[in-house]
Design a protein around this ligand. Structure first.
Ligand SMILES: NC(=O)c1ccc[n+]([C@@H]2O[C@H](COP(=O)([O-])OP(=O)(O)OC[C@H]3O[C@@H](n4cnc5c(N)ncnc54)[C@H](OP(=O)(O)O)[C@@H]3O)[C@@H](O)[C@H]2O)c1
Length: 208
């Protein structure tokens, strides 16, 4: 599958390299395609390219958003031709200011859907630490990847991409439930930091 990944940081870099290793064709949308970080990523295994955010948005019909949410919103608002594309929103609206982590009342995913009318937004890859997004077993168990969205075909694509990495996909319903997944991320951050569990943690839904 052709996949655009906006951002080549902790999340974008990890996801992009992991999908390329598994045979997908990945294009990173970045500010500086010649940076040391991007060059190191492109030296990884598989089909990897990088270019501007605008070129990246045109490259694929599946676009994973792994830049700060305000950056994503601005770029999407300036971009035409996103109708029908699958926008996979991995962002969390958080600020680190030494105090509590602050979240929006409305989910970022809903803001993104409004910024890109006609696209199919799926919230995913936001509720686990970046270092566990590629080959993610923890204590021998595959974590779940919770996702939600309004378009069934788009969700099936995201479920496959999550499975390719070793996650068990869990469909959480329509896009309005993105606020639950963003809260789940805040819980993850709280457990990892304030509660001292560290970053080697992930959520699992147990069922019979
Ligand atoms: N880190 C995690 O464990 C984790 C887990 C789940 C979700 N998330 C969410 O995923 C998103 C990305 O997090 P991250 O940890 O990957 O961040 P990161 O390592 O700081 O990477 C952010 C990426 O966005 C790019 N970027 C920043 N400002 C930009 C701008 N003004 N224009 C264009 N590109 C810009 C950066 O490019 P440069 O390299 O040029 O600065 C970099 O490629 C955030 O919304 C975060 O909340 C993070």
């Amino acid at each position: 599958m052709k996949i655009t990944v906006l951002g080549a940081g902790n999340v974008g870099g990890t996801l992009g390299q992991a999908w390329a290793k598994r045979g997908h064709e990945v294009f990173f949308g970045v500010r500086d395609p010649g940076s040391d970080n991007v060059r190191a990523l492109l030296a990884g295994e598989g089909a990897l390219q990088a270019g501007s955010l605008a070129d990246a948005l045109a490259f694929a019909d599946v676009i994973v958003i792994a830049v700060p949410w305000r950056v994503a919103l601005g770029q999407l608002e300036r971009t035409a031709g996103l109708e029908g594309k699958v926008l996979v929103d991995a962002t969390n609206a958080i600020t680190w200011d030494g105090g509590p982590v602050a979240a929006l009342q409305e989910s970022v995913s809903e803001l993104i859907a409004r910024a890109a009318p006609g696209s199919h937004v799926v919230k995913a890859f936001n509720s686990i630490g970046a270092e566990h997004m590629a080959g993610p077993k923890i204590a021998g168990i595959s974590p779940d990847m919770f996702f939600c969205g309004d378009d069934e075909k788009a969700k099936a694509i995201v479920a496959r991409l999550a499975s390719d990495l070793g996650f068990e996909p869990v469909d959480v319903g329509p896009l309005r439930n993105a606020r639950h997944l963003e809260s789940l991320a805040l819980l993850w951050i709280h457990l990892a930091t304030a509660r001292g569990y560290g970053r080697n943690i992930a959520f699992k839904l147990l069922r019979e």
